[in-house]
Ligand binder design. Structure first.
Ligand code: DOR
Ligand code: ZN
Length: 346
């Protein structure tokens, strides 16, 4: 097979940052995706409808008028999020959920939630309005091994939220383990998961290959090969609860290549091609379109995109670096060759 034509896909988990970084990256996503769920972990975070609408305008202003790319906004949950914030957001046609960052779990999560029990009224309101909860599923205590954080979160937090709020629709974001795959697969309802291209393509060895590799460091951190294989199986399975979400998260070269390098992998530059590569390695493209373009829309209750997107088997080499303020941006698989290439119509 040398050609893939699919309904224009969506990215159900994306970090675009803000001016002037936003302007450097948003075109990569707009070139490949019809819509994207935009993460709210700016500094300060996107906490209100007003913040989200203003951010949405800045994103649209960074794109050409005829772009057609739709940013689907989210709110950032804090200990102080009020029921009124959720009610207002659930009425907005531009806001598609609220993101739970356990405090300290990842980049710009300092304002995140310190005690989940404090959010029970907020979860209640979200459940009532069928308003999506996007979850960064990692336990944060210092006693929890970094490679066990996802598993512990399922046991200690996610299970409790789902038991107390069974009608609350949840996306378990960027899953990285066999445990998460099994947990989603065996859930009866209201649970789905995004999977990133990098977690489909690398295991934790890639972080230490011949030396420390900061550009392979993200959160949740890549796990053992057995977990990567479980993610591949889930993505290729055709199970509608798994869909694409890149978690593309730009940080400047300098911020990554540092004594305390930031977590985040920039994949937006070639996200489609990276997903195609993962499906190719798995040896089965049967459900590629469903994973990229239909499952997420179905779960969010949105129509499919109108257009189509084409990929061809055409080996090409990624740039070593991309333009980005401060010190440039190193994309995932920089200077390496990918087999698939998006074909843009003239
Ligand atoms: O690696 C990550 N980077 N994981 C996250 O959860 C956040 C993201 C970021 O914003 O840089
Ligand atoms: Zn993310």
């Amino acid at each position: 097979m040398d050609r893939l034509t699919i309904i224009t896909p969506d990215d159900w988990h994306l970090h675009l940052r803000d001016t002037p970084y936003l302007e450097a990256v948003v075109h990569d996503s707009a070139r490949q995706f019809g819509r994207a769920i935009i993460m709210p972990n700016l500094n300060p975070p996107v906490r209100s409808v007003e913040d989200a609408l203003a951010y949405r305008q800045r994103i649209l202003a960074a794109l050409p008028e005829d772009s057609g790319f739709q940013p689907l906004m989210t709110l950032y949950l804090t200990d102080n999020t009020r029921v009124a914030d959720i009610e207002a957001a659930s009425e907005s046609p531009y806001i598609f959920g609220a993101k739970l960052y356990p405090a300290g779990a990842t980049t710009n999560s300092e304002s995140g939630v310190t005690d989940l029990a404090r959010l029970d009224q907020v979860f209640e309101a979200m459940q009532k309005h069928r308003f999506m909860l996007q979850v960064h599923g990692e336990a944060t205590g210092p006693e929890v091994d970094v490679f066990d954080r996802e598993k512990v979160f399922i046991e200690k937090s996610l299970e409790r939220i789902r038991r107390d709020f069974p009608e609350l629709p949840i996306v378990f974001e960027h899953i990285t383990t066999l445990d998460a795959v099994d947990y989603v697969r065996t859930a009866d309802a209201n649970l789905a998961a995004t999977i990133t291209p990098h977690h489909l393509l690398i295991n934790r060895n890639a972080i230490f290959l011949g030396g420390i590799r900061p550009h392979h460091y993200c959160l949740p951190v890549a796990k053992r090969e057995i977990h990567r294989q479980a993610l591949i199986a889930a993505a290729l399975s055709g199970d509608a609860r798994f869909f694409a979400g890149t978690d593309s998260a730009p940080h400047s070269k300098q911020a990554k290549e540092s004594a305390c390098g930031c977590a985040g992998i920039y994949s937006a530059h070639s996200a489609l091609e990276l997903y195609a590569e993962a499906f190719e390695r798995g040896g089965d493209f049967t459900h590629f379109e469903a994973f990229m373009s239909r499952h997420g829309a179905d779960y969010y209750g949105l129509p499919y995109n109108q257009g189509q997107t084409r990929l061809e088997r055409q080996p090409w080499t990624l740039p070593e670096s991309l333009p980005y303020p401060d010190s440039g941006l190193i994309p995932f698989r920089a200077a390496e060759t990918l087999n698939w290439k998006q074909i843009l119509d003239d």
